[in-house]
Design a protein around this ligand. Structure first.
Ligand code: BTN
Length: 325
């Protein structure tokens, strides 16, 4: 039942500009025309607006804005990612929920989504503001067959898939600030990634990758000190966005990138990441307890480290430390 509904939504979504006939739907889905009609009625109950015209067929006029497990599933074009959705209108943090779910054996590819997070968390114990309905608050449970030391590559891979998604849907050129911030050219941050690992010595049990993408916020949605650094897709493009279609786009992009990485390794991700790299090839300032120095940001290393070129020409990997971009 559900997979027929998925296929139906997909067929309708692919033919958004035109009508698709009841006969064609019935042939493709191997169900009767009256069964198609019943599905249409249920879609309408879920908030879809469907136009039915005699002799022409059906057409989706409007998809529901409200996110539910079903509306995420319908129209999702992935093979394994997001096939199980845990959705909450409100939760403390999708990361917390995803860890609980993974511990209860939820499988590879399960996603946790919330409309609102009351204690959304960012890197280094920072707060992630997650106002209701204003952004994509998503955590993915993955169980990759990788040694734990390669986990940072997953963060970089996620950043690439997210930057690709933003650039494809909005025709903008986002930048990735090492390791995981997505910025616009005005250097304001619109997204962040939080990768949390549960591992034994040489085996990843599971990873939870959390993505926070600011979509429809206005500046006044953030406290003053954050307004200087934050932005949303809506602020940058002057329009409101439908969060679940962005999520569906991202999930497809992520799945393809991940599958490709599992077969071909990291080198393609590295190239794609560097194409988005904020301040790549430029001088940056590195500060730690003992010193402040300048070096050229020359790329990322296989293990996800930041590669810098010192004044004496030597290359060095950095894993942490304050970088004054
Ligand atoms: C950062 O830039 O510091 C990372 C931010 C990650 C935020 C996302 S929102 C979905 C998921 N749930 C959380 O509590 N955090 C991540």
């Amino acid at each position: 039942m559900e997979s027929t509904r998925n296929k139906l939504i997909q067929l309708l979504a692919e033919n958004k500009e035109s009508y698709i006939s009841g006969q064609m739907l019935s042939d493709q889905l191997h169900i009767s025309r009256s069964a198609i009609w019943k599905h249409m009625k249920e879609l309408e109950r879920d908030g879809y607006e469907i136009e039915a015209k005699s002799k022409r067929g059906y057409r989706i006029i409007k998809s529901p804005e409200k996110i539910t497990e079903n509306t995420i599933l319908w129209g999702l074009k992935t093979n394994w990612l997001g096939k199980k959705v845990i959705h909450r209108e409100m939760t403390s943090s999708t990361q917390i929920l995803a860890h609980q779910a993974a511990k209860q054996n939820e499988g590879h590819g399960t996603i946790v989504v919330a409309d609102e997070q009351t204690t959304g968390r960012g890197r280094m114990s920072r707060t992630w503001h997650s106002k209701k309905g204003s952004g994509m608050w998503l955590s993915m449970i993955l169980k990759p067959e990788l040694p734990p030391y390669l986990a940072p590559q997953l963060t970089l891979l996620t950043a690439v898939a997210l930057a690709d998604t933003i650039s494809e849907i909005s025709n903008t050129k986002p930048l990735i600030k090492w390791p995981n911030d997505i910025l616009f050219s005005n250097q304001k941050k619109c997204a962040g990634i939080l990768t949390e690992l549960q591992a034994e010595q040489d085996k990843i049990q599971y990873v939870v990758i959390g993505i926070g993408l600011n979509v429809n916020q206005e500046l006044s949605d953030w406290p003053d000190e954050i307004q200087e650094r934050a932005t949303s897709l809506s602020i940058e493009t002057n329009k409101q966005w439908e969060i679940q279609s962005i999520m569906q786009h991202f999930l497809s992009e992520f799945e393809q990138t991940y599958d490709n990485y599992m077969v071909k390794g990291f080198s393609e991700i590295k190239k794609r990441w560097e194409a988005y790299g904020f301040k790549l090839g430029e001088l940056i300032t590195i500060q730690n307890l003992h010193e402040t120095r300048r070096a050229i940001f020359s790329g990322i290393a296989e293990d996800g480290a930041l590669l810098i070129k010192n004044e004496d020409g030597s290359l060095e990997k950095l894993y942490s430390g304050e970088i004054d971009w």
